[in-house]
Ligand binder design. Structure first.
Ligand SMILES: CC(C)(COP(=O)(O)OP(=O)(O)OC[C@H]1O[C@@H](n2cnc3c(N)ncnc32)[C@H](O)[C@@H]1OP(=O)(O)O)[C@@H](O)C(=O)NCCC(=O)NCCS
Length: 163
C-alpha cells in the first residue's frame, strides 16, 4: 500500500463514497470542490492508496486569504508591515470515518503545510490559517502548534517561519 496525494479529479476519485461524519464536509467534496477548483476559488487535494486509487481517504482544500495584522498575537506582529498578512487558508480538512485516528489527518495537514511553503517560493505567504469549526477541531490544530488569533474565536494560524 502506497499513499499518494493528488488534486481532486472527479473522473478518477469517488466523491460519493467519502463520509467523514460531518455532512457539510461530505457535501462540499461532492458538490462544490470541483467547481471551486475550476473557478480558482480553492484547490482540493485528496489522499488515496494505490490499492484502491478511487477511494478518497481524506482531503484538504486550500485557498488564498489574509489576516489583519491585529489578528496576530503581539509577538508575531514584530517587524511586519502595517498591511494585511498574506496567508494560505486551510479551508477544509476531513478524513473518511473508517480510517480516522490512523494518522491521515496529520498527513493532510503536513501536505497543506508543504503546499503553503512551496507557494511561498513564488508568492509572499506568511501564515497557514484555519477556521476550526468548533473547540474540538481547534484543539486538533493547536496540537500541531497553531496559535489562536488575538481575538477570541476559532481562527488559528501557523507562522511559516523563514525559508
Ligand atoms: C479531525 C480529523 C481531520 C482528524 O484526522 P485523523 O486522521 O482522525 O487524525 P490523526 O489520526 O492524524 O490524529 C492526529 C492527532 O490529532 C489528534 N486528534 C484527532 N482527532 C482529533 C479531534 N477531533 N480533536 C482533537 N484532537 C484530535 C489525535 O489524537 C492525534 O494526536 P496524537 O498524535 O498526539 O495522538 C478527522 O477526525 C475528521 O475528519 N473528523 C471529522 C471532520 C472534522 O472535524 N474536520 C475538522 C474540520 S475543522
Amino acid at each position: 500500500m502506497a499513499l499518494q496525494f493528488a488534486l481532486l479529479d472527479g473522473r478518477r476519485h469517488d466523491r460519493l463514497g467519502f463520509a467523514c461524519g460531518i455532512a457539510v464536509l461530505d457535501e462540499y467534496l461532492r458538490r462544490l470542490a470541483s467547481q471551486h477548483q475550476r473557478d480558482g476559488i480553492a484547490t482540493t487535494h485528496v489522499l488515496t492508496d494505490d490499492t484502491q486509487p478511487a477511494r478518497i481517504l481524506g482531503y484538504c482544500s486550500l485557498a488564498a486569504a489574509q489576516l489583519r495584522l491585529d489578528d496576530l498575537q503581539p509577538g508575531d506582529r514584530k517587524r511586519l508591515p502595517a498591511y494585511p498578512v498574506p496567508c494560505v487558508r486551510l479551508a477544509r480538512l476531513a478524513v473518511t470515518r473508517d480510517v480516522q485516528g490512523k494518522g491521515i489527518g496529520r498527513l493532510l495537514l503536513g501536505h497543506a503545510l508543504n503546499c503553503a511553503l512551496a507557494m511561498r517560493a513564488n508568492v509572499g505567504v506568511r501564515l497557514l490559517v484555519v477556521g476550526a469549526k468548533d473547540a474540538r477541531a481547534a484543539s486538533f490544530y493547536a496540537g500541531f502548534g497553531f496559535r489562536s488569533t488575538a481575538e477570541a474565536g476559532n481562527t488559528l494560524y501557523l507562522p511559516l517561519g523563514k525559508p
